[in-house]
Design a protein around this ligand. Sequence first.
Ligand code: GFB
Length: 312
Amino acid sequence: MNDATIDEDARIFVAGHRGMVGSALVRRLEADGYRNIVTRTREQLDLMDQWGVNIFFEEEGIDVVFLAAARVGGILANATMPASFIYENLAIEMNVIHAAYRWNVSKLMFFGSSCIYPRNCPQPIKEDYLLTSALEATNEPYAIAKIAGLKLCEAYNRQYGTRFVSLMPTNLYGPNDNYDLKTSHVLPALIRKAHEARLRGDEFLSVWGSGAPRREFLHVDDLATAAVFLMNHDIDEGVFNVGAGADVTIHELAQTVCRVVGFEGGLEFDRSKPDGTPRKLLDSSRLAEMGWRASIPIEDGIRSVYDDFVAH
Ligand code: GFB
């Protein structure tokens, strides 16, 4: 048992427990011996319905909240459904963060994203580069919603003395990812495309954009470890980047995926699709100074995710 400042009998609500991040959090909390993990499916509790969220907190006596529920998606989904991304994420954040304050939750961890930082800020990106210049257009609505969530936590901490902490993860991958080729992120998309290309015996694998953008990838189990690590530290507030510490070009990523999947064809780059942010490598030294580091190397992570993909 770890020396958690959060009691093992604490009632811990994981909002979004079926998603990639939420399910990783539940795995980590169970492994660490927390016995009162509270979850609700979307059918049981619509987090966009403030009344329902209030009744849930009134009745359940929640001590800790991991707010991992969100409308998420890749570059195309963000560019084609801007209203869904900003409205749904704002609604979820407003309802859960306000109810956590009203019903005296002792700690809340809010999950944002590295896309909250300016498109062209210095790399690696430090937490205080936030709002220093323009955002990337392809996901600005989502980024604004996540910035609002972070600012909600800061404002409630200042006015009401709550302990709401914000984590800003880099691009994530892992079990329970989304493999829909239109709405997914790049890594699951490339895994599925390489797998299907190999089965069909295709000559080429189509990669969106130029292949030149750089991305940092963190396995979601590493994120879950960072979140529980922070929950157990006497941290009352603040924003923490959570990254793997190195990035690769999309071209290099595609080559790694082809190697893991065993697809031996070539790559063709579809420049009709957007590249998005040229680079978004996080500076995670705040967490590193506290003793946390990512531990899953990207090629090992991709291999385990591919095994999971094939198994399901
Ligand atoms: O992962 P991704 O969709 O989102 O795209 P972002 C990353 C890069 O991979 C882009 C390229 O340059 C894409 O053009 N890419 C290549 C592909 N092939 C594919 C493919 O088949 N599918 C996809 N999806 N991309 C997201 C934000 O930005 O980052 C989200 O839109 C969130 O809001 C997430 O913040 C973490 O990394 O560009």
